[in-house]
Structure formats: structure tokens, C-alpha cells
Write a new protein. Sequence first.
Length: 159
Amino acid sequence: MKTREELLNSPSTLIDEMDINFFYEDISFRLNQSENTKKWIAAIVEAEDYLITELNYIFCSDTYLHKINLDFLNHDTYTDIITFDNRETEKREIQGEIYISVDRVKENAGIYKKPFEQELHRVIIHGVLHLLGYQDKSEAEKKEMRKKEEACLSLQNLN
């Protein structure tokens, strides 16, 4: 794997980050350091030898995400994230939508005694890891996902 500096300064990473978008629904929250976050996401995707064609993050309320969970997945539960893979082929590309409940992230940060920004970035990259093919259904998959999240978080540049 490349170093953090190599990943964040890679020319192709600069192209990929233009295909990452942040939207906000039903909340007043705005992502801090969005450009650094885009570079970080793009670097992770590039390190996995994928290309981002379109990646949309929608930051929203618990109510908004709960409705999506009911309407699209038929799950009557609150969750911190829902990821939709919109690829039409099996190519090594990312095309998807990641919905994140800021309310749930705040609550989970308190439960796990983590800073809000750290928990938010863990959830941000969790969705990307799903789009990269990582799963978290079994205990072994959950352990691998957590290990991958921690590795990705260690690469972030929030300065």
C-alpha cells in the first residue's frame, strides 16, 4: 500500500475527487474540511485499484434515513448508514449513493466515547468499503471491516 502522502498527492486522486459529492437533506449540518475528505476517500478507492465514476454522500436526519430504510429495504429500524451500489457492470469502479444519519452518528459517538468527527469519518469510509466489496454480515467479516476502517482512518489528513 502507498504511503499517506503518496495517496493524497497522486494525480489520479485529484481527478477522482471531482466525482465525489456531498448533499444535505433535512438537517443543517455541513461537513467540515470537505475537500480533504474527498481526497482521503479518493486515495482509499485508488489504493484498492478502483475508479470513482460517481459517489454521492447524502447527510440526513434519523427520520429521513428511517424512511429510506422502510421504503427501499423494508427494514423498520434506525441505522447510521445505507449504501446503494449503482454500478451496472462488475468493473472495478465506484458508482453509488451513501446515506448517513448525522443524528445516529452523534449518538454512536457518545455511546462509543469517540469524537464526533472520528465516528463520522468511520461511517463515511464504511460505506466506501461496502462499495469496494467488503461485507460485515458474519463475525469474521465484521472483524475484517473494522480492521480496514481503522487502516483507512489512519490515512486521513484532517489538518
